[in-house]
Structure formats: structure tokens, C-alpha cells
Design a protein around this ligand. Structure first.
Ligand SMILES: Nc1nc2c(ncn2[C@@H]2O[C@H](COP(=O)(O)O)[C@@H](O)[C@H]2O)c(=O)[nH]1
Ligand SMILES: [Mn+2]
Ligand SMILES: [Mn+2]
Length: 503
């Protein structure tokens, strides 16, 4: 099915994607692609939010009028909405926005370089299943009970923030067990999106090397983060594309590690820096826009302010890559403690909250959308596209087709079907059934009698978990199908969860 247009239905919370987008007001005529099939529901509230985002085209016109002598007229070139499109704070999640002559910090989101890391191990699921109790205890210790000792020096922290993983690994590695992080090789870096971009672009760095942007750096590195972030053990449950799966090492039954996390407090600081700089560069004669989305022109007058933002942004983005790397190492360490020696190879590391400035003055912003480039000499099967489902549900790996109408982008998950508040209020019986069936490792061990006696603590924990339950997310199957039908990406393998660590 081609990429299609959508509309708002009179009332229901979810609307179908194949209705006529043309029925909506889009007075500035910004090209919008709704990149999904008819069977994937979308929130009306997200469509309303999209309409206010489009008003940024008007803001750019006003900025241009107040800034004589611009080389290039600032504008929104194109907007793509992915199938997991849902309401965000200001700009919907699942939005890809290409601009010319301007960049928009808010179109990246607060969690700069939130992304996914997938590794395939040498273990099979049968080797791991008999040890789930011991594995759960070990992972709880590593992730939540002070068991991680990453042992970074100031030079490691600076190297990571300036240059990403290559910067981290340029420094001598500690001799402790965590010295396992010397395992990273060149081929791992090659298997990252744009070889770990923006690792090369952060020559400067902020003075938050020791402070972690307000929180102790060492206390946050190796944290999963709350909500929908996770570190998950999965196994290859179905292969749809044998040659691509073989090339990526995904044999049926193989245990896979999937990590979803971002830049924690550093990203929030970077985004705040971007908004401060955009506000400081704002011409007095132009009223602040009603939608509060503040673009920065790519002109000479704003260079210093832009650089300040882009440095903070690149530092945060590099931190996120390092954090995902350590989280995967912690999963590896947990597995090794119950199953002995193992090998683990990076399949892909992909950002979904980032911006990509092009040499021609264009900027691609992705907020909750993942790159899905087509085949290239470096990636003969196309760019790996990681589409997690939800806690307890399958996830998928696809291969990108580089669809230009979709700005070479795909969804980064199934997307919510129920807002957090509504999800946390219902489904007690379902949650109990879910917890009997599925293993979730959280900071709180609900089976511990001392914990169970604290009803208030357990109730708060249950509310949080319900927000993340599988029924709070869309069914990932139709989402993946819609990427296929829209010629955005082709399914390669299905991954079923064994155990999920939630922060
Ligand atoms: N496999 C899992 N997938 C999950 C889990 N929790 C959420 N999700 C999916 O990830 C995306 C991420 O969304 P983001 O906007 O926070 O980047 C989300 O849409 C879900 O589909 C989980 O525990 N395991
Ligand atoms: Mn995030
Ligand atoms: Mn994310």
C-alpha cells in the first residue's frame, strides 16, 4: 500500500490512517506523508498536535522577514508521520521533519539520542531458560542494587562525551571485571548508525563531565531510565528473510539483547540549552510563536549560539551511545553468570531522537523515528530497523529500503494505544496474570514478603507497570506490516522476549 493521507474523525480517540488527510486545514501546504496502513490506529490528539506543528512554517516566514540578507529561505520541506505516531509534548512522537535554513531543537525531543542497541549472542534460548531465577537475581543486583562498577576516570568521561565510544576506548581500560568493555572492536563501531554519529562532531564539551548535567555522572551511567526504557533478553522466534538474517547472525533460537535508553539528564540539559539559545537569538520584532516551537536560523548571526547547542547536543548524544553500550555489557555479564562464556556481536545501534544537518543547509529531525536507509556497500541488506513491541510482546528487526517519501525513516516501536493515565487505572487482574506469565526485573522485588507488606509501595509500582503493559501499546504486527506495505522496510526476524529489565 502506498503512503497515504489521514484525517481526524469526529470524536474517537483513535482514528484510522487511510482517511483523507486532505480534509484537514494545511494552509501553508507543507507536504505531509502519513506512512502507515489503514489497520494501524492513530490518536486524534496527535493529529491535532501535528496541525499546530505545521504552523512553524508561518514562524519561519516571520523570522525570514525580520532577518534581511539570508542566503536561504528557511522552510519546512517535508513532514513524515510514522505508524507509531502519538501525542508528544509539543511535537508528536513519530515525527520526521526536514527543514531548510533552520533547525528546531524541540523536533528532537528531550531525550536526545534515545535509541536502541541490538546484539546477538552465541547462546540459544534453551541454554538460558532453566536459569531464569538466578538470572533475575543477578540482573537485579547489577542494574539496581549497586552491582555495576563501571569505573570511569575523568579522561574516559571526557573521551566519551567528545568522541563517543572511540573516545571512551582510546583511554586505558580498568582492570576490574568491567574491563570487559575493551571487547568493543572496530567492527562494532562500523555496525552503528553512521558509524556512531555524532561521535566525530563534538570537539568541544560542556563542563558537565563530572557533574552529569546536574546529577552525578557516575551515578547515572548504566541506568536504564524510567517508563518505556528497557534492557531485554529475547530470542529469534521466526525468520522472514533468511539471507539477511544469516548475514546479521540471527539464527532461530539465538538469544538477542535489546537495549532502549537515552541520554538521561544530559539530554534534558542539551534540549534546554537549545531552547535558551533559540530564545536568545529571537528577533525582538517577531512575537514568540503560539505553539512555542522555536527554530534557529542557519545564518551567520546565530552561529555561536547554534554551536553552543550543538556541542551540548553532541555530548548528550555520545553519552547515550555509551550508556547503551554499558547496559548491554551488564546484560552480557548477567548471562555469563548463569550460562558461562558467551560471545555477543552488535547487530545495530540506532538513534531515534536526533537531528542530521546536511551539507546543503537541510536538517532532518527525527523525534521517535528511526533511520531506514536502503542497501549500500556498507550495509548490503539495507539499514537494520529495530521495532520493539512492548514488554511481554514480540519485537521485530527489518531492513530499510531508503524510501525517499518517508525521508528514509521508519517507526521506532509500536506506539502507545492508551495514554499513561488511563492505563495506570485499569487492568489489575490482567497485570496479575501478566506477572505470573512473564519475568520483569525492576528495582522492587514484588515477591519479597517484606516488600509485599508495603501496600503503598507495591500499589505505586503496579501503577507504573500497568502504564507499560502490553495492552497499553498497539499490536506491533500490523505496524510492521504497514512498514512493509508502504515500502519503507522489509521484515527480517521476529524476536520474542525472555525477560525484561525496567528502570
Ligand atoms: N520490547 C519492548 N518494547 C517496549 C517496551 N516498552 C516499550 N516498548 C516499545 O518501545 C517503543 C519506544 O518508544 P519511545 O517513544 O519511548 O522511544 C514503544 O513505542 C514501544 O513500542 C518493553 O519493555 N519491551
Ligand atoms: Mn527515551
Ligand atoms: Mn526512545
Amino acid at each position: 500500500m502506498p503512503l497515504s493521507k489521514t484525517t481526524r474523525r469526529p470524536d474517537p480517540r483513535l482514528t484510522r490512517l487511510d482517511d483523507a488527510w486532505a480534509a484537514l486545514p494545511n494552509p501553508l501546504g507543507v507536504p505531509v506523508e502519513i506512512c502507515a496502513g489503514a489497520d494501524v490506529p492513530i490518536e486524534s490528539a496527535a493529529i491535532d498536535e501535528l496541525l499546530t506543528v505545521l504552523d512553524t512554517a508561518r514562524t519561519l516566514e516571520a523570522l525570514a522577514a525580520a532577518t534581511p540578507g539570508l542566503d536561504r529561505e528557511p522552510r519546512i520541506d517535508r513532514v513524515v508521520c510514522t505508524p507509531d505516531f502519538h501525542k508528544g509534548a509539543g511535537i508528536p512522537i513519530g515525527t520526521v521533519l526536514q527543514t531548510s535554513g533552520a533547525l528546531i531543537p524541540q523536533a528532537v525531543g528531550n531525550d536526545v539520542n534515545c535509541g536502541m542497541r541490538v546484539e546477538v549472542t552465541s547462546l540459544t534460548v534453551d541454554r538460558v531458560r532453566p536459569h531464569l531465577d538466578a538470572l533475575e537475581r543477578k540482573l537485579r543486583h547489577l542494574f539496581f542494587e549497586g552491582g555495576r562498577r563501571i569505573g570511569l576516570t575523568a579522561a574516559h568521561r571526557e573521551g566519551l562525551l567528545r568522541h563517543g565510544l572511540p573516545g571512551l576506548l582510546a583511554e586505558p581500560v580498568p582492570a576490574e571485571p568491567e574491563g570487559a568493555w575493551s571487547q568493543l572492536g572496530d567492527e562494532d563501531v562500523a555496525a552503528m548508525h553512521a558509524a556512531g554519529w555524532p561521535a566525530r562532531s563534538a570537539e568541544g564539551f560542556r563542563d558537565w563531565i563530572t557533574s552529569g548535567g546536574g546529577t552525578s555522572y557516575d551515578s547515572i551511567i548504566g541506568s536504564v531510565g524510567g517508563g518505556n526504557h528497557f534492557a531485554e533478553l529475547q530470542y529469534v522466534s521466526a525468520v522472514h528473510d533468511g539471507p539477511a538474517a544469516y548475514a546479521w547472525g540471527l539464527a532461530p533460537g539465538r538469544v538477542v539483547l535489546m537495549v532502549h535508553s537515552g541520554s538521561l539528564s544530559l539530554g534534558h540539559q542539551a534540549n534546554a540549552t537549545g531552547q535558551d539559545q533559540a530564545r536568545a537569538a529571537w528577533p525582538r520584532s517577531v512575537p514568540l510563536p503560539a505553539n512555542r516551537i522555536l527554530p534557529m536560523l542557519l545564518d551567520e548571526a546565530t552561529t555561536a549560539r547554534r554551536e553552543r547547542y550543538l556541542t551540548a547536543f553532541a555530548n548528550a548524544a555520545n553519552f547515550a551511545i555509551g550508556n547503551r553500550f554499558f547496559l548491554a555489557l551488564m546484560l552480557r555479564a548477567g548471562l555469563a553468570s548463569v550460562a558461562g562464556e558467551l560471545e555477543s556481536r552488535l547487530v545495530y545501534e540506532a538513534p531515534h531522537n536526533l537531528l542530521w544537518p546536511g551539507p546543503d543547509g537541510t536538517v532532518v529531525h527525527r523525534k521517535g523515528a528511526t533511520p531506514a536507509d536502503g542497501p549500500s556497500p556498507a550495509a548490503p541488506w539495507g539499514e537494520p530497523v529495530i521495532v520493539p513491541g512492548s514488554m511481554g510482546a514480540p519485537s521485530h528487526l527489518l531492513r530499510g529500503l531508503g524510501n525517499t517519501r518517508a525521508l528514509g525513516s521508519a517507526c521506532h516501536g509500536a506506539g502507545r494505544s492508551i495514554p499513561r493515565g488511563a492505563a495506570s487505572r485499569g487492568g489489575d487482574a490482567e497485570l496479575d496474570a501478566f506477572l505470573r506469565e512473564f519475568r520483569v526485573v525492576t528495582p522492587l522485588d514484588h515477591r519479597d514478603p517484606a516488600v509485599a507488606a508495603r501496600r503503598d509501595v507495591v500499589d505505586a509500582w503496579r501503577r507504573d507497570l500497568k502504564q507499560e503493559a502490553p495492552w497499553a501499546y498497539k499490536d506491533v504486527g500490523p505496524v510492521v506490516e504497514s512498514l512493509h506495505r508502504a515500502e519503507v522496510a522489509l521484515p527480517v526476524a521476529e524476536l520474542r522476549p525472555i525477560l525484561t529489565v525496567k528502570g
